[in-house]
Design a protein around this ligand. Structure first.
Ligand code: ATP
Length: 230
């Protein structure tokens, strides 16, 4: 279980998050929804230990990580999947998977990764540059699962992907969570977010305006998005 409590963050003098508290349980998909600049990426970076100018606490499975480095957070089970996907272009798919260290007992074996993502097995000897956007997104998720992450922080996984590929990424996210991994998802593509998420936190100007279950969000989608100015 990820617990973020009372998180505020700044860039210099500018406050971009105010007293944000969120939770993600194992096997749950939770999204952060909000217009550009609402603070979603900053919140993910703060959880991962990549943004330091902040207050508040981050706890994963009872382990206090508030002052921990990003490396220690990765070792504790947080998996960062950035919006640029962070694939090493000159390395093959297999090398991308094998390069990062296994940091946790829950690490997926290479066989399990390939069973789960057959396309990565087919492309295992291809360099990162030869992958499509969807394949790169799968590789970025697979890499942190192989390291042993139990909670994935996904920043805009659907960005730049064709609708059919977005649908496939949604199925994969669902399957990952069925295996007990939690997902905290930042998405501009609200339609996609609403099909995949159990719960949503609606952010505006760095604050949580509302916290709604997936069902309620789908029922009130246009009203809620209008409220957020989206
Ligand atoms: N490196 C930075 N220096 C100064 N201000 C920043 C920096 N990065 C982001 N900001 C500001 O912080 C606020 C929150 O940005 P953030 O990227 O977290 O929002 P977001 O909701 O993820 O939006 P987007 O989808 O556009 O990335 C915005 O006002 C943004 O201009």
């Amino acid at each position: 279980m990820l617990e973020v409590t009372g998180m505020s963050a700044w860039y210099g003098e500018a406050r971009v998050l105010t007293d944000v508290s969120i939770e993600v349980a194992p096997g749950e998909v939770v999204t952060l929804v909000g217009r550009n600049g609402a603070g979603k990426t900053t919140l993910l970076r703060a959880v991962m230990g990549l943004h330091r100018q902040l207050q508040g606490s981050v706890v994963l499975d009872g382990v206090e990580l508030t002052r921990a480095s990003a490396d220690r957070r990765a070792r504790a089970g947080l998996g960062w999947v950035p919006d640029d996907r962070g694939i090493y272009a000159s390395l093959t798919v297999a090398e991308n998977l094998l390069l990062p260290p296994v940091v946790h007992d829950d690490a997926w074996s290479l066989e399990r990764v390939y069973d789960f993502f057959p396309v990565l097995h087919e492309r295992r000897d291809f360099p990162g540059t030869k992958l499509s956007g969807g394949e790169q997104q799968m590789l970025a998720m697979a890499r942190v699962l192989r390291m042993g992450s139990r909670l994935l922080l996904l920043d805009e996984p659907s960005e730049g992907l064709a609708p059919v590929v977005v649908e496939r990424i949604g199925e994969i996210i669902r399957a990952i969570t069925a295996a007990g991994v939690g997902v905290l998802l930042v998405e501009q593509n609200v339609r996609f977010a609403s099909t995949v998420a159990d719960r949503h936190y609606l952010l505006a100007q760095g604050r949580v305006e509302l916290h709604v279950a997936g069902e309620e969000f789908r029922a009130r989608e246009s009203e809620l998005l209008t409220h957020l100015g989206m």
